[in-house]
Design a protein around this ligand. Sequence first.
Ligand code: HAM
Length: 456
Amino acid sequence: MPPQSFSRLPGFRDFVPGELALRNHVFETWRRVSTRYGFHEYDGPPLEPLGLYVEKSGEEIVEQLYNFDDKGGRPVALRPEMTPTLARILAERSRGMPKPIRWFSLPQLFRYERSQRGRLREHFQLNVDIVGESGVAADAEVLAVAVDAVRGLGLGEDDFVARVNDRRLVTRVLTALGVAADRHQDCLAVIDKASRAGADATDAKLRALGLDEVATETLGGLIADGTWEHMSQRFARAPSVLEAMRPLAEHRAILDAMGLGGYVEFDFTVVRGLAYYTGIVFELFDRAGELRAICGGGRYDRLLELVGGEPLPAVGFGMGDVVLAELLRDRGLVPPEAPACDCWIVWVGDGERDLGMSLAHRLRASGYRVMYSLRPQGLGKQLKAANRAGAAYAVIIGPDEAASASATVRDLNTGIQDTRPIESLIESGLAGDHGIAAGSGTSPSLRGGRPEQEEA
Ligand code: HAM
């Protein structure tokens, strides 16, 4: 057979070690922040019954599904989002669980989108959801997690903003403008796309939905300049609209009390594309407005019931890794790649090899990251390899050391070295108490001398 070459599918990524390190850095931050708020991690299958999305996610996502019939003839889809899976899991299990349920997950998701900057055909998403609590404090709590999950990566108030709205408020505005209830969902879809479509196209779409002059103009005004002040003035004499502004005011007051108010802005155009949202919704964007949304979420109080579970209120968000990684790269916030090695074992001749192997193994057992040349090499080449690997220490065994069951520890940053019994190296660590400075600082495990002992 002639050799065949294959390329990566469009919109999919390979994670070579440097890129995987960034992904892991983002995941570690997400996990640290979510657990700090008391959330428990869960996961589900990457393949689900097709119906779960067709019924619950809304048109846009259904068009992007990777779906097929499995070998048993079942219509299935790769998960494009996590929320229906969460609803399905809880529909089966939530009875008897203490409420509210605070769960988070880091699934890989698949959507057949047109690949572009910030949008791929697979991505990872931090999902954080509170289920079983209808009060606005839960809405504020999940938004605080989202803000902290981005802040934890080194981004601040100048870098990103959470734009917040409430679908109930938009619905009240539509009702106050005389728009029939059966047109509301279509209007939400037009508002959702308004910033990309432009004012004229949005006007035309609203008119095509049967909205009159006043309604079209008022909505156009709110889309162009939907500030809180504009809303309050325009609807000063519409008590139903003013009443619908209250949850957002309380939401804002809670976030102000947390010290996060500077990250939050009201935005009438944020209504979210997914069908299941019922209340406060939000999206996080880079302040410069160069990228697509970092994160989107909101309240979805009917989804659990719709998939056959207890009627539980729920609120949460999904934060993608793709846009966030772009932002970290733009801002120079990608951490430098850490060396994979603390210590390189060097043996001078074949006679010392077994002692070197034994020492390497014992140091690994005490938690050091240890390497050595896999083929016989001269001393110079071995030391070069140690430097190339970023090792902080070389541990050298020659005939004299072997004869006295000792080894020479060289700090590769300073060149300072001393010879110590092997037992004392294992006992007190490579930095020891012989005046050899701890490593370059690139290896946190060495800074305090001996790394933490692994559990047996
Ligand atoms: P979503 O707005 O579809 O919401 O996605 C959330 C975030 O995932 C987006 O803001 C974006 O950062 C990222 N994302 C989405 N699609 C892609 C893509 N093709 N490539 C790269 N990143 C992408 C949801 O999925 C909801 N289920 C979130 C949620 C959880 N709502 C309540 N709980």
